[in-house]
Write a protein that binds this ligand. Structure first.
Ligand code: GTR
Length: 447
């Protein structure tokens, strides 16, 4: 009898305790796995994605500092070591740089083997009669078939052709403005009720009313119309029209921006010499890649584009090459993954891509708290791209343009010359009306 009583009894709290232990083990395993891709400061930087306040010391450790530009691949030296001293020679260097990015980073950006057609699906008054809304079906066709994307364009009601800002949106055209006339994007699978609930939810990211007020048109397409952002689905639209395994998602988004520009440069209401492209974050990577390649784009705007966008890869602060490739295999070419072990082996870095914008205009924006996108690396990259602009005789920000002891602009500081603009606002990873106000001011002044 007594022996029976000694037998251990099952307690109810064994279950929550077991779950807790399991969670601790899982979190520890996750941290260890992540740490194999990211050094500690970078893991700290990642917390900025969750909008966590960091103490000054921890913040400083995660930010890095002023880069020694001489440790980067040189803007004005060809791969074979030949110096580049004239605009003509830079044209050859630009071609070389873009080819290196295609082979080693973004993968193929098709320039032939397709045709594009446009069909106006809807046109009407918008924004209290201040604008005209036009919706254009873009159809890309190859011998394998065709794929549609819906371009949403707001144009100011003026007699003169207007400058236009074009960029992809994250969640569908219906989210950029609360306008019931906005048609569902072509890749949309939601019903009317779901669309209605989401109309205008990203208005703060687009500032369309403000842009129209100031005389600028705004054009946008849902990124998923060109390539859904997932490892399995990204081939389901334009990518699948090509027999090209190295045509990847960021390339498809850049290709999509180019097809929008195809339309814009032919539209009589658009001032074809004043087209800007813009993108935030992953779509900022696409905006930079598209803008570097396409000389019809007069101003390239990168908003918090981070790793493999405007920020240096060799910087190794915030998101790393290794981690971006581990998390987003469908964004970049296969060869890019091999540089995860040693970013220094890459024949390029992102300042070279920014340099390919010259002699057109380049604008890079960061947010102070957005450590994952590495604002210091974006500033260093921006500054390291200057030799290309200088070659064309354009004024660039001087080395001493920051206050003593500062290594990057912050807290709403901006640094502008006629061809190069930069600002960093307080806050986190986002594109806000405040960012748009900088862009529109910059365009008023220089575009
Ligand atoms: C993050 C990614 C970044 C950036 C961002 C975004 O998860 O690591 O490179 O692209 O997403 O697109 O918001």
């Amino acid at each position: 009898m007594q022996k029976e009583a000694k037998k251990k009894k099952f307690r109810w709290w064994y279950i929550p305790l077991g779950i807790l232990l399991l969670l601790v083990i899982l979190i520890a395993a996750l941290v260890l796995w992540m740490h194999s891709m990211l050094p500690w400061p970078n893991m700290i930087a990642m917390t900025s994605n969750f909008q966590m306040e960091l103490s000054d010391g921890i913040h400083a450790a995660a930010v890095g500092g002023q880069r020694d530009y001489s440790t980067l691949p040189e803007v004005l030296t060809m791969q074979d070591g030949t110096p580049v001293t004239t605009e003509r020679e830079f044209a050859a260097r630009r071609t070389e740089i873009l080819a290196l990015f295609e082979e080693n980073v973004y993968g193929v950006l098709p320039k032939t083997g397709y045709s594009t057609s446009f069909q106006i699906e809807e046109e009407g008054e918008a924004l209290d009669g201040k604008a005209t809304r036009r919706q254009v079906r873009i159809t890309v066709t190859t011998e394998k078939g065709s794929s549609d994307a819906m371009l949403l364009l707001y144009l100011p009601n003026t007699d003169e052709p207007s400058p236009v800002v074009v960029g992809l949106n994250f969640n569908g055209n219906h989210t950029v403005l609360d306008d019931p006339a906005i048609l569902p994007s072509c890749a949309n699978e939601k019903d009317e009720e779901a669309l209605a609930a989401e109309r205008g939810k990203s208005t703060g990211r687009w500032s369309i009313a403000e842009a129209i007020e100031r005389g600028y048109g705004v054009a946008t397409v849902w990124c998923n119309d060109f390539a859904p952002d997932d490892a399995k689905g990204y081939t389901s639209r334009v990518v699948g029209l090509f027999d090209e395994p190295e045509f990847k998602a960021v390339g498809a988004w850049a290709f999509g921006i180019h097809r929008c520009v195809d339309y814009l440069v032919e539209a009589p209401e658009v001032d074809a010499r004043r087209i800007a492209d813009i993108g935030h974050s992953r779509l900022g990577k696409a905006a930079v890649w598209a803008g570097a390649n396409d000389e019809r784009i007069a101003l390239v705007i990168s908003n918090d584009s981070g790793n493999t966008g405007a920020s240096l890869t060799r910087e190794n602060h915030g998101e790393t090459l290794k981690s971006i490739n581990a998390m987003f295999k469908h964004w970049f070419c296969t060869r890019y993954q091999q540089y995860g072990a040693d970013a220094n082996a890459l024949p390029v870095d992102q300042h070279l891509l920014l340099a390919c914008v010259a002699p057109r205009k380049l604008y890079v924006a960061s947010a102070d708290g957005d450590l994952w996108a590495d604002p210091q690396g974006a500033w260093n990259s921006f500054m390291a791209s200057r030799p290309a602009f200088e070659l064309y005789g354009l004024e660039t920000p001087p080395d001493g343009c920051l206050a003593d002891g500062e290594t990057q602009p912050h807290g709403g500081m901006s640094v502008w010359t006629e061809a190069m603009g930069y600002h960093s606002r307080a806050g986190w990873h986002n594109v806000l009306p405040e960012d748009w106000a900088y862009y529109l001011d910059y365009m008023d002044k220089y575009l």
